[in-house]
Each structure stands twice: as structure tokens, then as C-alpha cells.
Design a protein around this ligand. Sequence first.
Ligand SMILES: NC(=O)c1ccc[n+]([C@@H]2O[C@H](COP(=O)([O-])OP(=O)(O)OC[C@H]3O[C@@H](n4cnc5c(N)ncnc54)[C@H](OP(=O)(O)O)[C@@H]3O)[C@@H](O)[C@H]2O)c1
Length: 290
Amino acid sequence: MIQATHAKWMAGQALAARILEQTRLQVEQIKMASGVTPCLATVLVGDDPASATYVRMKRKRCEDVGMLSRRVELPSGTTTAQLVAELCRLGDDPAVHGILLQHPVPAPIDRRDAFEAIPLAKDVDGVTSSTLGRLILGLPAFIPCTPAGIMRLLQHYQVTLDGAHAVVIGRSPILGRPMASLLINAHATVTLCHSRTRSLPTLVRAADVVIAALGKPRFVQGGWIKTGAVVIDAGYNPGNIGDVDFEGALEPASLITPVPGGVGPMTIAMLLHNTTLATAQQLQLSIEFD
Ligand SMILES: NC(=O)c1ccc[n+]([C@@H]2O[C@H](COP(=O)([O-])OP(=O)(O)OC[C@H]3O[C@@H](n4cnc5c(N)ncnc54)[C@H](OP(=O)(O)O)[C@@H]3O)[C@@H](O)[C@H]2O)c1
């Protein structure tokens, strides 16, 4: 576990706390203007302990900001059709403003079919193909929470993306791909790497901004980091270990996210931000959002 704070650290925990406080005030505003309390439905399928922990954390944060959370827990034997039916019910329920399907879901379920059952207006986790398509085109959409949190961190620390070379490691639909699109939309030149990429260290050495999102503990070595590069570690591996060798990367990096306390807290903050925004849109309230 990393102990001390450092001038180069990107303090996700502190920024997330500020976003949650703003969200709490926006929830208040919505309640006063409409009498409605924003509600996030969290859907958990099966009994994976890590997923159960993540969902519990998200529900707790909902309470912290005065939001309701609708708990839906389905057994591990749930079929794709049953899950789709449940998500459609939540989609039709006007008292639910955002829907989060905790993933991974048990293997027999077709995850893509399940995600597509979430209506665009309630896709606060940014998992549907419509959301991803809109994001690629630079159209308004709920940005998937981890890439959204990373963009907020980069913005907060005034990292110049216009013209910068960004290397994103990982191409998952919820993280690497939307991340690459957001960086392109911010005028970065993006290299998107994955498990078949050749000469990864050479590519990373050329990067002004490195986003590690591959799910392999301490995979990105300090010696790969160009002096002055900004290093974002989205990885979250057992034992609170990121995808970057933090100690090795700290010296060359100009800014770096710690694990824990970097990207993780931002993800939950952005989920609640998106849910508040979704509620305001559904109720046609004009409330100011960043
Ligand atoms: N902090 C948060 O809130 C948060 C949220 C979500 C995820 N995460 C973390 O972020 C990490 C990635 O999550 P994910 O859901 O995107 O994972 P994922 O769906 O498993 O995708 C991993 C990606 O990394 C690529 N990859 C795997 N090994 C590689 C290697 N040796 N070299 C280069 N690329 C490689 C894979 O390439 P292929 O496509 O070729 O297989 C894939 O695109 C995990 O540690 C996860 O826990 C954190």
C-alpha cells in the first residue's frame, strides 16, 4: 500500500469528494424543484463477492448524496431473457432514473443483449452501443464512468491534450475504447494498444499521456515512461494493485494517479453525477451541471 502523498499525485479521492458534494447539492435542487428523489437501480446477478462489494459501495454513495438506490438482486441461474425483462421493467419505471447492471454477469448470460435492454436515457454507466456510438461522434451521452472520471482528472490538473500523444493500453468497450474516443475528441493523437500490440514499451516511451487499463498488476514499467509524461492507472487488481509499477513510474512522470485513491473514487462519483443529470433531463429541469 502506498503511504505518503506527493506533489505529483493526482488526488482522485479529493476531487471525487468535491464532485459528490456538488452532486448532493444538485440532488437537493431536484427534490426542491420537483418533489422527486433521483433513483439509481443497481442490478446484481449471482454471488460474485467482488461484484457484491462494488454494488454495496455504489449504494452507500447514493445514500451519502441523498439519492435513492433500488436494489435488484437476481440468482446466478438467471437467464438472459429474465435479466432483459427485469431491465426493461426498470426502463419503463418512471421512478427509476438510472440503471447500473454490475458486470461481469455470470457466463451463460449474453452481456451485450442485457446492456442493450437499458434505455439510452437511463444508461448512466454508458454501456449501450447507442451511448458508445454517440460518444465516438462527439454527441451528448452519458460517458462511461471510468473514462469520464479520467477526463475530469486530466481537466482538473490542466493536462494539455490538444496535440498530445496519448497511449491507451486496453480496448474494452467500457474503458479503453471510450477512453480513446474521448481523447481523440479532445484533439489528442491516440495509439490504442491491446494484447496483440507489438513493441508496447516503445510505444509507451513515445507517450505524453499513458492510460493503463489492461488488468495486469504492475505491468507498465517505470522504464517505459517518458520524462514528464502523465500516467493514469485505471487498473484495479486484487490487493489494491494498479496496472502500473507506481514506484518506478513516479520518478519520470510529471503527474500520476495512485492506486487506490486515484481513478477508482472518480468512477463512483461520475456514476452519481450521471444519475443526477439523467434525472434532471427526464424531469426537464434546468439545473447547472459541469
Ligand atoms: N478504477 C475503476 O473504477 C475501474 C473500472 C473498470 C475497470 N477497472 C480496471 O481496469 C482494468 C481493465 O478493465 P477492463 O474491464 O477494461 O478489462 P478487460 O475487459 O479485461 O480488457 C482488458 C484489455 O487489456 C488488454 N490487454 C490484456 N493484456 C494485455 C497485454 N499484455 N498488453 C496489452 N494489452 C493487454 C486486452 O486486450 P485484448 O482486447 O486483445 O484482449 C483488453 O483490451 C482492470 O484492472 C479493471 O479492474 C477499474
